[in-house]
Design a protein around this ligand. Structure first.
Ligand code: SAM
Ligand code: SF4
Length: 332
């Protein structure tokens, strides 16, 4: 392996998240505005460039790769990229190749993903109520996602459900979702809304601290602190009644930056060292120089730029988002 990627705080970057598209078939209210202007295709990295970039990071010690978006499974040719990247799993230079998806296309792709060596998926699902699902996603159909979930389960893929906690929208559903995940053998991970990108409306209306959610869940469930750690920022408990796991991602009530091991690339090839900060390096132009030494030098520069942590706050009505780019741009 070439020189590992270590930032100036001594954190080893071993996890890369890549947004393969900014487009999506849904318009979740906390993520996007109803009318989004997406990037012209010319600005988006080609599949070959995405492969080249991921492979450069893997050569520098990245062991876990997550494809995200937008919705990664709506990118044309995405399965070709995934099959190509799976060579790193076969050679043992990559431990895990995974995706975060809204599940809408899984009925089509689950078997193929399993064949490519995808062993686990994060699937975003905020509610099990058909009407609420339609309201939150603006364009999604719950039935389609549930069919996709079953296809992934039958293909033998491990599933973690990600649900954003939204005051007044899904806050009364977490107990039911925990029971359902327990029955299905899925982990559940709850996420606080993060102030990323302009959306229609005010996020503070729906912000729900997970400390509150946890207290409420503890009335019905025995939550046992767990040592389970993943390369992600979630903190886990075991649920005694189901034997399942419940994770909390709490960027606002608990800052998890000290152990951060990851960086993110947008679909235009911009490398962000932190989801919640603006520090970035444009790798697309460097990539197009076709000189691996230049790319490596850029990755070294990036390590010096990785900030200590984010500065999210979400307590003032009408404030601008902490970061102007949407989650669908940087990738969740
Ligand atoms: N489309 C895919 C999906 O929904 O899973 C992948 C991309 S999506 C941007 C990744 C994750 O980010 C999803 O779990 C979504 O719920 C979450 N997300 C989007 N905007 C968010 C926000 N402002 N705060 C917290 N989570 C957000
Ligand atoms: Fe699309 Fe995922 Fe954002 Fe929802 S959260 S709009 S599914 S990118």
């Amino acid at each position: 392996m070439q020189k590992p990627l270590i930032d100036k705080y001594g954190r080893h970057v071993s996890y890369l998240r890549v947004s393969v598209t900014d487009r999506c078939d849904f318009r979740c209210t906390y993520c996007m505005a109803e009318n989004m202007t997406f990037l012209p295709k010319s600005q988006i990295l080609t599949l070959e460039e995405l492969d080249q970039l991921c492979s450069a990071f893997i050569a520098r010690g990245v062991r876990k790769l997550r494809l995200t978006g937008g919705e990664p499974l709506v990118r044309r040719g995405i399965m070709d990229l995934i099959h190509d990247l799976s060579r790193h799993l076969k050679s043992g230079t990559l431990d895990e190749l995974t995706l975060t998806t809204n599940g809408s296309q899984l009925a089509t792709y689950a078997d193929d993903l399993a064949r490519a060596g995808v062993k686990r998926l994060n699937i975003s699902l905020d509610t099990l109520d058909h009407q609420k699902f339609a309201d939150i996603t603006r364009r999604g159909r719950l039935e389609q996602v549930l069919t996709g979930l079953q296809a992934a389960k039958e293909a033998g893929i491990g599933i973690k459900i990600n649900a954003v906690a939204l005051r007044g929208q899904n806050e009364d559903e977490f107990s039911r979702m925990l029971a359902w995940c327990g029955q299905e053998g899925f982990d559940l991970c709850l996420i606080e809304t993060m102030p990323l990108g302009d959306i229609d409306g005010d996020r503070t209306d729906h912000y729900l601290p997970l400390t509150v959610v946890r207290e409420r869940l503890e009335k019905d469930w025995t939550l046992i602190p767990s040592n389970h750690v993943t390369p992600g920022p979630a903190r886990y408990v075991s649920v005694a009644e189901t034997g399942g796991r419940l994770g909390f991602i709490t960027p606002l009530t608990h800052n998890f930056c000290e152990g951060c091991n990851r960086v993110r690339i947008t679909c235009t090839g911009t490398l962000y060292m932190c989801l919640g900060q603006e520090d970035h390096i444009d790798l697309r132009e460097i990539l197009r120089e076709n000189d691996p030494a230049l790319l490596d030098a850029a990755l070294d520069r990036a390590m010096l730029l990785k900030p200590k942590g984010h500065d999210f706050i979400i307590d003032r009505k009408g404030q601008k988002p902490a970061v102007s780019r949407h989650m669908s741009m940087t990738g969740g």
